[in-house]
Structures are given as C-alpha cells and as structure tokens.
Design a protein around this ligand. Structure first.
Ligand SMILES: [Zn+2]
Length: 208
C-alpha cells in the first residue's frame, strides 16, 4: 500500500546523497517512537511529531490564564481552527481557547510568542508521532528549521500534500534539530517536528 510517506520517500530519492546521511544510517534500524523518511533501510531520517504538552493544555483550561498573564475566554468560532493539542481542525461551534504561547525552550531573539488555539474541553493529545497530522498534511504550511540553540537555520513554504518532502529537505541540513510548522498567512505556531538523535545526553540518561 502506498501512502503519503512512501510517495515522499520516492520524491526525495533523487536528491539524497549516495549512501545517505551517516547519522541517518546509524539510526535506521532502531525501533523508536518516530517516523522515517528515506528510500530504503540504508537512508532514513527519524523524526517525531510533537504537539502542545498535555500538561500546559490542561493548565490553560483550568486557570484560563496563560504564561503571559492574559486572562482568557472560551470562544465559539464560526470557522474551523486547528487545536494544537489533538492536532485536528475543530468543528464549527466547538468551544476553543486562544492563548499566548512561546514554543521554545530557549531565550533569545528567535523565541517568538504568538496566539494558538486549543479545544476548551479536554481532548486527546496527538499521539501518532510517526505520522504527519492528516488535518495539516493537505495545507500550505510554513516550516522553519532551528539548530540545537534555537537559532533559525532554514525555512520553506511547504505545498499541500508535500510535508514529508519539505521536512526531508530541511532536515538534510544536519544543523537542524527541530522544525516548527506554522500557518503561512497568519503566522501562528502549529506544532514541532524533532529529529530523533542517535545518542543525546537526555536519551543516554534515560537508557541507564
Ligand atoms: Zn483538541
């Protein structure tokens, strides 16, 4: 069965270097909570979809106050909006909360703050880390790649139906540790895609 991912795999085969990326080859055989971009088992990128943290979403719902002191309200929008927790488009009339969020673990000039929506009622956080969220896959998206210090390295406008191919190009830059997916017109943050490192201090610490 061919799906969007296998289509992307074919499309990136022509520009991938012969033999692939060393780090990608090392991680290709690992079983992890991520998805792979590559043309076969010798070339792969291990990536993980990261929605808004469930803890933050619950705190926002409970307190109706965000990290910037804004008092929040429950909205009933007359058009669908993407929930950053479950990563699906809301139904018209579903109660939503909009709040200010800074989706960075870093301080610095690139650590932007902006408005995002979540369902006002508890929803199931997006858990399919191996799959690009279907409600976003057919949208035009801005994708920005950042290094491990939170400095932007590259960016692309991803065309509808091509998110995996865009991610593969961005992560081909080995400095890129994570990508932020955003709405291209409104600029709002949607979710992150992280490179799953072969060996990081955090993963090393949790493996012993
Ligand atoms: Zn939701």
């Amino acid at each position: 069965m061919r799906n969007a991912l296998s289509t992307a795999i074919t499309s990136i085969a022509s520009w991938l270097p012969a033999g692939g990326f060393d780090g990608a080859k090392r991680s290709a055989a690992r079983d992890c909570d991520c998805y792979h971009l590559g043309m076969d088992t010798t070339v792969a990128l291990d990536l993980r979809i990261v929605p808004l943290s469930a803890e933050l979403a619950q705190r926002i719902r409970r307190t109706l106050t965000d990290d910037f002191g804004n008092r929040l309200a429950v909205w009933h929008c007359d058009s669908p909006a993407p929930c950053r927790s479950c990563l699906r488009l809301s139904q018209v009339g579903e109660p939503l909360i909009v709040f200010a969020h800074r989706p960075f673990d870093f301080d610095g000039p690139y650590a932007e703050v902006g408005p995002i929506f979540i369902h006002a009622d508890r929803c199931e956080p997006y858990a399919d880390a191996r799959r690009f969220p279907p409600d976003f896959a057919t949208r035009c998206l801005t994708m920005r790649g950042y290094n491990d210090r939170g400095t932007i390295q590259t960016a692309e406008l991803s065309q509808p139906g091509e998110p995996e191919a865009t991610l593969a190009r961005l992560f081909a830059d080995e400095r890129v540790r994570f990508v932020h997916v955003r709405n291209p017109a409104w600029g709002c943050y949607d979710f992150a895609v992280e490179r799953v490192a072969e060996r990081t201090p955090r993963s090393a610490a949790t493996s012993v």
